[in-house]
Design a protein around this ligand. Structure first.
Ligand SMILES: [Zn+2]
Length: 97
C-alpha cells in the first residue's frame, strides 16, 4: 500500500508530502539503503524531499536557478583550466616556500 509522508520544509516551514510504498519506506528508515534504490519511482525532487526535507519550491529556488544550460562549456573549459593551473602553481609555490 502507499503511504503519504508529510514533511515540514526546514527552509520555509511549509508542509508537503510524498507518496511512497509502505514496504519501501520501512526499508528506507533502516538507513541501510540508498534512497534511489529504495524509491526508484520517485523523481529527484521527491527523493531530495525525503533526504533533506526541502519542499519542491525551495529546491527549485536553491538548485533550480543554475540549470545545466547556464554552463557555457567553452568559457567554462578555458576558465577552469586557467584556474586549475593557477591553483596548482600556487600550491607548488607554497610547497616549495
Ligand atoms: Zn520550502
Amino acid at each position: 500500500m502507499m503511504i503519504e509522508l508529510t514533511i515540514t520544509c526546514p527552509f520555509c516551514g511549509k508542509m508537503h508530502s510524498v507518496l511512497v510504498r509502505e514496504a519501501d519506506y520501512n526499508r528506507f528508515v533502516t538507513g541501510e539503503y540508498l534512497v534511489q534504490d529504495v524509491f526508484p519511482y520517485l523523481n529527484a525532487t521527491e527523493r531530495e524531499a525525503l533526504i533533506t526535507g526541502m519542499c519542491p519550491a525551495c529546491q527549485s529556488s536553491i538548485f533550480g536557478e543554475e540549470p545545466d544550460e547556464d554552463w557555457d562549456e567553452e568559457d567554462l573549459e578555458d576558465g577552469d583550466l586557467e584556474d586549475v593551473l593557477q591553483a596548482a602553481m600556487a600550491r607548488a609555490g607554497w610547497a616549495g616556500f
